[in-house]
Design a protein. Structure first.
Length: 287
């Protein structure tokens, strides 16, 4: 299977960080698990791609980061999360919701997401004391909203292009991030604003050229390459822990009422089923 990748290098005389992300395979896997509609896949894919970029800066084991886009739209919250190893996951509030296309024929991501709300990033450097940054949504189209987040919450102007091309499957998904390094002048900011215009159709470019082909539109410099995937942290063992947390009395009450206990993971849309004999093994005996 094709891998999802992020490529990083420096451009503009070393004053600007460039990242190119091909998230096609990861978004396709998310679409398969959640049975996303086309517009839900586009909204989630853009959010996941930006989350990958943020996670790529995490240092050390135990670091994690989560993004929530809550715009008040009919699609509900969009959540994406990952760690320093770029193991990504996430979900959408209304994954099967369909919307009519915009007047220009494009998927109505802004209408799905909504524009009256916030983008929140919660990062944990492994100490257990998370840092939270929040900014108001600008358009609900995701790329502009992350640009606003970087500027207002992190004081780092960032030019961003995000896109997902989807029919029955993901044909191309990814993004380009141009971020001036600390101390860079106005010329570097102008460079980013000018060059990002080349990537208005980033999903098609990713589908046709791949990440390296897109990167080569800006530079011939060598680059760092990392792979990532849509991979949830859930497991039957963790689900069993949720059953144990109910306590013996409530767990067996559920068994008597429902005949089973179902533990659902929102991040990957997987259900773990515990029958009566499973619950007896967990608690040792019936209540």
């Amino acid at each position: 299977m094709q891998k999802s990748i992020i490529l990083k290098t420096l451009v503009h005389g070393g004053e600007v960080s460039l990242a190119v992300i091909d998230s096609t395979a990861a978004v396709q896997e998310a679409m398969r698990r959640h049975k996303f509609s086309a517009v839900a896949a586009a909204a989630f894919g853009r959010t996941l791609t930006a989350c990958v970029y943020l996670c790529s800066w995490l240092k050390g084991e135990g670091c994690s980061l989560a993004v929530t886009v809550n715009g008040g739209g009919p699609g509900g919250k969009i959540c994406a999360a990952g760690d320093s190893e770029l193991r990504m996951r996430g979900f959408v509030g209304e994954p099967q919701l369909e919307l009519p296309p915009r007047a220009d024929g494009k998927l109505d991501v802004g209408g799905f997401t909504g524009r009256d709300g916030t983008l929140t990033v919660v990062s944990d450097d492994g100490t257990g004391v998370p840092f939270t940054g929040t900014s108001d949504l600008v358009s609900g189209e995701i790329a502009e909203d992350f640009s606003a987040y970087f500027l207002t919450s992190e004081q780092r102007p960032t030019a961003i292009a995000l896109g997902v091309k989807v029919k029955e499957r993901i044909l191309g998904a990814g993004g380009v991030f141009l971020q001036p390094l600390p101390g860079a002048g106005e010329e570097a900011i102008s460079y980013c604003e000018k060059e990002i215009a080349k990537f208005r159709e980033i999903s098609s470019l990713i589908g046709e050229r791949g990440a390296e082909g897109v990167l080569r539109m800006l530079t011939d410099e060598p680059f760092d390459r990392r792979e990532f995937s849509f991979r949830c942290h859930c497991s039957r063992k963790r689900a069993a822990g949720a059953v144990l947390s109910l306590g013996k009395e409530d767990a067996f009450a559920l068994i008597r009422e429902e005949g089973k206990i179902s533990v659902h993971c929102h991040y990957c849309n997987r259900d773990y089923i515990f029958e009566r004999e499973d619950v007896v093994r967990l608690f040792g005996e019936e209540a």
